[in-house]
Ligand binder design. Sequence first.
Ligand code: PMP
Length: 401
Amino acid sequence: RFQVVEQGPPIEVFQINKLFIEDTFKNKVNLSVGAYRDETGKPWVLPVVQKMEKQMAADDTLLHEYLPVLGLEQFTKVSVSMLLGEDSPAIADGRAFGVQTLSGTGGLRVGSEFLNKHLKYTTFYYSNPTWENHHLVFVNSGFTQPRTYRYWDAKNRAIDFAGMLEDLKNAPENSVIILHACAHNPTGIDPTQEQWEKIADVMEERKLFPFFDSAYQGFASGDLDRDAWAVRYFVKRGFELVCAQSYAKNFGLYNERVGNLALVVADAALVPALRSQLTWIVRGSYSNPPAHGARVVANVLADSKLFDEWRDHIKFMSSRVIQMREALRAELIKLGTPGNWDHIVKQIGLFSYTGLTPRQAEYLIQQHHIYLLRSGRINICGLNPGNVAYVAAAIHDAITK
Ligand code: PMP
């Protein structure tokens, strides 16, 4: 029977990560998977998470009973509040709520399935380029018309804003537009506030539906409010919207799959029907979510002292990323590597879209044991004071050879 099954293609990012793990070269460098690494190249469990986990392990009132289908209420509440701001009128009006999801991906999945099933939306737009999974998740949810809007101007290594606006202007009514809330993956370039205002104008006029993807709140700039500016602006403008939130990066809880789908609707009276239909979507996919990571996040965010500790952690992580951007640029300038490297420091978040070609990326992997995506995207966290000069010299070699 199973002979009919053909081999599927590999997932590039995991394939490259595996090649890195199997490489025995001492000075190998992993710039592929988007996960934080400390200044010695090691993964980092946030101390406040460790503290909370110890506290939870000692608490024998915590049971392994099922959570409600839509998740831990305290968790969804603090998540929506972190996204929209504590004083958000949408929260006060009771027209914003959350559903606990399997990290950011789960939020994208539940949200897109809901929009397709209940609002009958079939067309979605994602930026060119975008996080590679947007397409698959939406298609698997039932969307049949995938489209892209222009985003990256390769020549100037900047946002192609005129192209983006033009594509949105030409989008059919009721298209769902996936927007990266901050720290655009993979380019690291976000619209400015003025540009967001123009995007909102076009989306309002063309009746386009915003689906925000917020995978890096606080991790991008170190400031939770600044990283949520675009989402809050759209809410203030009166849009109905959904937003997938991930705690993978900002809490370092990658494999715990902690996320939230936030929904903002026009009227609190609509919420019970929405919640009931979301309940059926979750029920038919995985029945109910896991508790551990959601408890960690909910407990930390609800306690002002722990919250401050966590805020210090995200500031620390984001400033290390910024330092490494500066260090890489400085090394390339020192070497006289051809080209302008300002984009490395202008970009924000975990990644830099370096402008390296697929061939140069392949060369770095083969010749220098430096692992990156063929698009030229590098994870800045893979850099540290011990390897940044090595990486810069290798990039120099790849460009000048
Ligand atoms: N969206 C974007 C833009 C991302 O970069 C990521 C993480 N790579 C995600 C969503 C989802 O990640 P997760 O499911 O691990 O939260």
